[in-house]
Ligand binder design. Structure first.
Ligand code: DOR
Ligand code: ZN
Length: 354
């Protein structure tokens, strides 16, 4: 069976470029996005340089404009240097939202002081969401700010039963929040770490099977809004080094995994489709252009291998898995950008999301 999904978007990716182009460029990683079935991606600000001031934002906008294959948007990053003083209409216009890192991650954007977090909530006067990295009890700190400022907050890569419990209660309370979960937390656990070694290291970390099961229950119950890849390419040489960086690529594999779960009866199509299309579009206020859709084979049967990947570092923590879904075609604005094997447009085809 072939499925057509309109407006497939990943609101949580790390595409590198600029001074980290050795890990992947906006051209290579937006290529991986269309090969993974995506029309659009939203890029996180923990790049090098970090997207926390106008020059860094302009540099990223410029590289994306020249190189993007899919449509794209970029987050602004909350910093510790009082950059909230410079939030203005031009930043709201040029970004898709604000990202606040409240726990350790790749890059230099950690904010662990609640009074600084509050300054960002107080000064972000845009209808665009605030996306947060918040683990365990930090979720409660952020919920306190949501309760106070009522600003729509997207909780990225929710990974544990406890976080799900906190956020389910917050939804019941009527707080304006949404929840994203990642494939690595749905398909992998701590039990996979001996096998995966550095390829299983990311933030938030892999959790227990009970945590994984809580995420699946939340998906089935409709508590989760978005499945996001948290695509974070690092080179094999970096992962094999004495200090491997956190993060795993995911743009190639998220749709094949999600729709394999549908094939296996773990989720219905009606549950799966909004997670990668309509819900993220609603949350981030994205308009899907005409004739923009993805065709997926729901009866495929293959083992994921490195050679099938389009992400520049060319590895995946899901290598060796048997999958039952495959991206056959990706169309953007009436143009076939991916034909099941190759990318068919040039860098620069992708447009910035308004
Ligand atoms: O594992 C991670 N890697 N978690 C993040 O939050 C950032 C990402 C990266 O940029 O490599
Ligand atoms: Zn991330």
């Amino acid at each position: 069976m072939r499925l057509t999904v309109t407006g497939v978007v990943d609101p949580h990716v790390h595409l590198r470029g600029m001074e980290w182009s050795h890990k992947g460029t906006f051209a290579t990683e937006t290529g991986a996005a269309v090969a993974g079935g995506y029309w659009a991606v939203l890029d996180m600000p923990n790049t090098f340089p970090s997207t926390i001031d106008r020059p860094a934002l302009d540099r990223k906008l410029g590289e994306f404009s020249e190189q993007a294959i899919c449509d794209w948007g970029v987050y602004y990053g909350a910093a510790n240097n009082e950059n909230w003083l410079h939030y203005d209409e031009s930043i709201y216009r040029d970004t898709c939202g604000l990202k606040i890192y409240n726990n350790e991650t790749t890059g230099i954007l950690l904010i662990d002081d609640q009074t600084i977090r509050e300054q960002h909530y107080r000064h972000w006067h845009s209808p665009k969401p605030i996306a947060v990295h918040a683990e365990e009890e930090t979720v409660l700190d952020i919920l306190a700010l949501v309760r106070q400022y009522r600003h729509w907050t997207h909780f990225c890569h929710v990974s544990s039963a406890r976080e799900i419990a906190y956020l389910t209660a917050a939804k019941a309370e009527g707080l304006p929040i949404s929840i994203g979960v990642c494939p690595h937390h749905l398909w992998l656990t701590q039990d996979d770490l001996p096998r995966l070694g550095p390829y299983g290291l990311m933030k938030p970390e892999l959790e227990t099977p009970a945590d994984r099961d809580a995420l699946w229950q939340a998906l089935a119950a409709g508590v989760v809004d978005v499945v996001e890849s948290d695509h974070a390419p690092h080179l094999i040489a970096e992962k094999e080094s004495a200090k491997p960086p956190f993060g795993v690529p995911g743009l190639d594999t998220t749709l094949p995994l999600l729709f394999s779960a549908v094939h296996e009866g773990r989720l219905t199509l009606e549950q799966a489709i909004p997670l990668i299309s309509t819900r993220p579009c609603e949350i981030f206020g994205l308009q899907v252009p005409p004739d923009t859709y993805t065709v997926i084979d729901l009866n495929a049967d293959y083992v994921l291998e490195r050679g099938q990947l389009h992400t520049y570092p060319a590895w995946s923590p899901f290598e060796g898995m048997r999958l039952h879904a495959r991206v056959l075609e990706t169309w953007i604005r009436g143009v076939q950008v991916y034909d099941g094997e190759s990318i068919r447009v040039q860098p620069g085809f992708g447009q910035r999301l308004p």
